[in-house]
Structure formats: C-alpha cells, structure tokens
Ligand binder design. Structure first.
Ligand code: FEO
Length: 170
C-alpha cells in the first residue's frame, strides 16, 4: 500500500475513535440536562463511530499493514445551550467528510482502487451523517423553544436503535 494512503487510513482510525469520544461527551451533556433521548441519540452515534474505526482497522490488517494506535484526544468542546452540541456535531461531520475525501484523493493518486472501493461506503455514509446532523439542527430550530415540543423531540430521539454497519469486508 502507498505510504501516504496507509498513514491517512491509520490516522483515520484515531479520528473515528475521537469522534466516538466527542459524541459520548455530547451524550453526557444531554444526560446531565435530563434529556435522555438526546443522550441516547449520541450514545448510538458514538457506537457507530467505533464501528467506523474498526472497519478501517480491519481493512488495514486484511491488507497486510502494520497498524499503530495513538492516543485519543480529550473532547475539547464546551456546551452551554441545547443547540451547541448539534451545531458542533454538524461541523464535525463536515470535517470528517473532508478527511475521507482527502484519503480518497490520495488513493486515486496512488492508483489504489481497492482502497477507493473500500472508501465508497464511507463517502456514502458521510452524506447520511451530514444529512442527519443538519436535520437535528432544523428540528431544534423549529421545536426547541417550546417545552412540550422539546419533550416530544426528546421522546423521538430516544427511539434511535443501534445497528451494525452495512459494510461487509472481504
Ligand atoms: Fe465516522 Fe460520523 O463519521
């Protein structure tokens, strides 16, 4: 595997675990506000991020690469308003999309079409992630100021159930 493609993928394992940690911190914020549905939503999101990390980890191992695991940074965002984590999550997903795109571009440059095929799932996933995080902001803008509506939104988010990723590795 091309050195740069490997290094970016190896680093992305860390970035995905950081994402999990960041979302767990958001779950923590909402749990402390008594919004268990919002907390559930971000706990599920944190699990999905761990899946993303593990998919890349296994992809590298399956391709004979020597993975190196680095320290996971402390979540560094502070939240005050209920909207704050939602906006931070959306910005974070846009950032992750840029990271995936950069790996994809490096793989194309290296003629590494196995990696571009692997990353196709992540490209699609990032589209869904950005849509979900954007929708959360819209819902909060529409309903967040009304206590009854916020209660119903919290109940809706409590229904999010974790499911394993659809990507199957060879
Ligand atoms: Fe692993 Fe939320 O992207």
């Amino acid at each position: 595997m091309d050195k740069k493609v490997f290094e970016l993928l190896n680093d992305q394992i860390n970035k995905e675990f950081y994402s999990a940690y960041l979302y767990l911190d958001m779950a923590n914020f909402y749990a402390q506000k008594g919004l268990d549905g919002f907390a559930n939503w971000y706990e599920v999101q944190a699990k999905e991020e761990q899946d993303h990390a593990m998919l890349i980890y296994h992809y590298l191992l399956n391709n004979g690469q020597k993975v190196t695991l680095g320290a996971i940074a402390q979540p560094d965002k502070t939240f005050a308003a209920l909207m704050d984590p939602l906006k931070a999550a959306h910005e974070h997903e846009q950032y992750v999309t840029s990271l995936i795109n950069a790996i994809y571009a490096a793989a194309i440059q290296a003629n590494d079409y196995r990696t571009t095929q692997f990353l196709d799932w992540f490209i699609k996933e990032q589209g869904e992630e950005e849509k979900n995080s954007g929708d959360m902001i819209t819902k909060m803008e529409l309903f967040g100021d009304d206590a009854k509506a916020l209660y119903l939104l919290n109940s809706e988010l409590a229904g999010r159930v974790y499911s394993a990723p659809s990507l199957v590795l060879d």
